[in-house]
Design a binder for this molecule. Structure first.
Ligand SMILES: C[S@@+](CC[C@H](N)C(=O)[O-])C[C@H]1O[C@@H](n2cnc3c(N)ncnc32)[C@H](O)[C@@H]1O
Length: 380
């Protein structure tokens, strides 16, 4: 990136950083990385076209600075790539993690030095980097003193919820999946969470009974996310099932860190569940612009009575449901859940203007779903 410095000179830049200004050259008056590189609190400026040995030395020296800022890495990688190519090769040569370096480089390339504020950490820039209106969002975060998590949440809501949002009530039927599924039209998304191995005697038989007909309900352009327990026998039962027309594209992980249980003795305590992610043959790209949501591991706290309402131990987090729905569907799409429980997935779908229908064989669950906002309908 070519930029003007304070004396009006055009220089190739770099980027910004969060804090530790005490080690910047500005303060120390040193050329820490060599004559061609200047470290600023939120940017690394590259002067002219340093030769490859100078870059090698700059990478080596930056690696030895423990608190080196993401902006510096990003700016250095951008300049080095512009002059000598291949970020991947660069990461290997300097022993840096390619993903982390690519992330710094991408974020740095999205913000001119003059747009980098010292009051917001790099994380804010990372969250907003893919957005057209990223500078407006940074200003809002500053004005409202949002945490980075709050900023991400506000962006999500604004992107998905139209201003005059009018929710279509999701429906739930008190019924068995066997009776309910055949009566449903083909859907854009099957998002469901069947009972765990602890609740079902013959898990393989059960999985074989419900999953193939449920997947057959998904349009060729659709997707399915199936939550299953992380016990080896559950994984084995489900991974052995033929998905028909669909592709089992990822075994995703829902990881939660807010679990408190008895101390582990013989085995480890589980703090994750698997999500089998299937894709139809004509599925379009995922709508997943937020970098931190693009990973197969999704870290979201489990519903917790201490910080929100937890209606039932099986309940899944709204946040996770909302993510998966945003990634895989558009307003007006049909979402089915044949093991709807407390209605988490149906309510999340309706919140984003998707049509949502589900069933559950438990009266108690259907009542909770109704209390949370689902409309109970008779199976016709
Ligand atoms: C793990 S829970 C789903 C929890 C739900 N995702 C939520 O957030 O509340 C599984 C649900 O499947 C229901 N269920 C079990 N066997 C069923 C069957 N044969 N037909 C329909 N529902 C069934 C159970 O009553 C239970 O509510």
């Amino acid at each position: 990136m070519l930029q003007k410095n304070s004396s009006g000179e055009r220089v190739e830049t770099a980027s910004v950083a969060e804090v530790p200004t005490e080690i910047t050259e500005k303060r120390l008056g040193l050329k820490i990385l060599g004559d061609s590189f200047e470290l600023l609190p939120n940017a690394l400026i590259v002067r002219g076209k340093p030769n490859i040995e100078e870059y090698d030395e700059a990478f080596r020296r930056l690696s030895s600075i423990e608190s080196a800022q993401s902006w510096w890495w990003g700016d250095l990688a951008n300049a080095r790539e512009r002059h000598y190519g291949s970020l991947k090769e660069m990461a290997e040569k300097y022993g840096k993690d390619y993903g982390a370096l690519a992330n710094c480089q991408y974020v740095a390339s999205r913000y001119e030095v003059s747009h980098r504020s010292e009051t917001l950490g790099f994380k804010y820039y990372q969250i907003t980097a893919p957005l057209e209106d990223r500078l407006e969002w940074l200003n809002k975060a500053k004005d409202n003193k949002w945490s980075a998590t709050e900023l991400a949440k506000q962006i999500r809501l604004s992107k998905i919820l139209p201003p005059s949002f009018d929710s279509t009530l999701p429906t739930i039927s008190h019924a068995e999946y066997r009776d309910w599924l055949p009566k449903q039209p083909d859907c854009d998304l099957l998002l469901t969470d069947p009972p765990y191995s602890t609740e079902v005697e013959n898990l393989k038989g059960f999985a074989q009974d419900w999953l193939p007909p449920a997947l057959a309900k998904v349009k060729p352009t659709g997707r399915a996310y199936i939550f299953i327990g992380a016990y080896p026998k559950e994984l084995e039962a489900y991974l052995g099932i033929n998905p028909g027309n669909m592709t089992l594209a990822n075994v995703m992980v829902w990881e939660y860190r807010n679990t408190i249980g008895p101390a582990s003795k013989l085995d480890y305590n589980l703090n994750w569940q698997a999500i089998l992610y299937y894709r139809g043959p004509d599925a379009p790209e995922l709508a997943c612009p937020i970098l931190t949501e693009q990973f197969a591991v999704q870290e979201v706290n489990a519903p917790d009575g201490r910080t929100g309402i937890r209606y039932n131990e099986w309940q899944k987090p709204d946040e996770l449901a909302e993510r998966l729905i945003r990634h895989s569907t558009s307003p007006g799409h049909l979402v089915l859940d044949c093991f709807a429980g407390t209605g988490t997935f149906l309510l999340a779908a309706a919140k984003f203007k998707r049509i949502a229908h589900g069933c559950d064989m438990s009266h108690e669950m259907v009542n909770i779903a109704a209390k949370r906002g689902c409309r109970v309908v008779k199976l016709q």
